[in-house]
Design a protein around this ligand. Structure first.
Ligand SMILES: C[S@@+](CC[C@H](N)C(=O)[O-])C[C@H]1O[C@@H](n2cnc3c(N)ncnc32)[C@H](O)[C@@H]1O
Length: 366
């Protein structure tokens, strides 16, 4: 089986991302018209592979190096098939709940024994934080919310972030109440390489990242707080309050629930690397590549990119994010793809998962 560069370096024995911190609204718009086609998605917590079902593809092949991440998708599929939408939101943590253990037990009946055992071992955590709150990344946000944020912003200020306002109102709120010196100091400390590496992300993931994480985060918070509307932002809501408000990530919205449930059988889970999928010789019309290139050195990125092109049908789109390491089609391959710049710019302006510095949509020349 093809091995991926990161495989040997980071530990994948636990849930790193218990929900997907990439905006499926822009992902699905970026993938274009793919009815009846084959799509490929990195799993992560599985939400975006589910959101891709709304595009009516023939199938979504889901890959991930981490069995724990695949277990997140399996739980969502089982929950979707056994729970009402309101119960699903409670189980995931989008809504407060005192009965998550019971909901987990019910959803788990539809799981294979290994995955059931995996989730049963986390029942306490699921009860406290929701199944979407039990990853290392969410724990990092929880520490931030519980121990750091209250030192900087009062409960009233935190709640006021989500009052709907026009752009001028958001800028005024940001300047006068949000972006205080205490807030800026907090970002500097909490997003130092040292703290992030120890608590949120594996140190190996910083090997290829340039610039200060805190500077990057400050820029992106302006995007989330002023350029886009916080009242419509589920990611910011979870980070600040630990649950979702009215706005939900795409795959968790009521309007998609029945459709996703009906199409779950189009999800084809392939534990293992994306590179292993490519070796099968199958072709896909769209790739959700998450931000996997971020974790690769440039030479490895160039090799992997070339291999993805070999598995891409003409007109297929490669959609991915960059956080801090810049990644775009490597120069020697640039004649084989077209950058959809206007689409990228339009979608980047709407990206609610605000941590990323770049969003890339490249289409193979057909
Ligand atoms: C790249 S991480 C990023 C997570 C993300 N930003 C989020 O919000 O969930 C997503 C997933 O990619 C998986 N992954 C990384 N490189 C991979 C590869 N070459 N093949 C398959 N999965 C990969 C990791 O195991 C992880 O679960």
């Amino acid at each position: 089986m093809a091995r991926s560069e990161i495989e040997g370096r980071a530990a994948f024995d636990h849930i790193r991302y218990a929900q997907l911190w990439e905006d499926a609204d822009i992902l699905t718009r970026a993938l274009g018209a793919v009815t009846g086609r084959t799509l490929v998605s990195i799993c992560s917590a599985g939400d975006n592979a589910l959101a891709m079902l709304t595009l009516d593809p023939a199938r979504v092949v889901v890959v991930d190096l981490s069995a724990a991440q695949i277990a997140c998708l399996k739980l969502r599929i089982a929950a979707c098939q056994t729970l009402s939408h309101a119960e699903f939101l409670e189980l995931m943590g989008a809504r407060p709940s005192a009965r998550r253990k019971a909901l987990l037990a019910r959803a788990s009946e539809a799981l294979d024994p290994d995955t059931r055992a995996f989730w049963s071992a986390q029942a306490e955590d699921v009860a406290s934080h929701g199944a979407g709150g039990v990853g290392k990344f969410e724990r990092y946000f929880r520490i931030f919310r519980r121990w750091c944020l209250p030192l900087v912003h009062s409960r009233a200020t935190r709640a006021a972030i989500f009052t709907p306002r026009d752009r001028a109102g958001r800028q005024a709120f940001f300047d006068t109440r949000f972006d205080t010196w205490r807030w800026r100091l907090l970002l500097k400390v909490f997003f130092s390489r040292f703290v992030m590496g120890r608590m949120g992300r594996d140190k190996a993931f910083f090997d290829h990242v340039e610039g200060s994480p805190a500077e990057h985060v400050a820029r992106r918070i302006h995007h989330a707080a002023v350029e886009t509307d916080p009242s419509q932002n589920p990611y910011l809501h979870w980070i600040i309050t630990g649950t979702h408000g009215d706005a939900l990530p795409m795959a968790w919205r009521a309007e998609h629930y029945a459709q996703i449930r009906a199409r779950c059988d189009r999800i084809e889970i392939r534990p293992g690397s994306l590179e292993a999928f490519i070796e099968t010789g199958e072709k896909a019309h769209g790739f959700n590549l998450s931000d996997i290139f971020e974790y690769m050195s440039e030479p490895v990125f160039a090799q992997v990119y070339a291999r993805i092109l070999s598995a891409a049908a003409p007109g297929a789109r490669l959609v991915y994010w960059n956080m801090m390491a810049p990644r775009r089609v490597p120069a020697p391959l640039s004649a084989q793809v077209t950058r959809l710049r206007a689409l990228e710019d339009a979608l980047k302006a709407q990206d609610k998962a605000f941590f990323y510095s770049d969003f890339v949509v490249e289409e193979t020349v057909g």
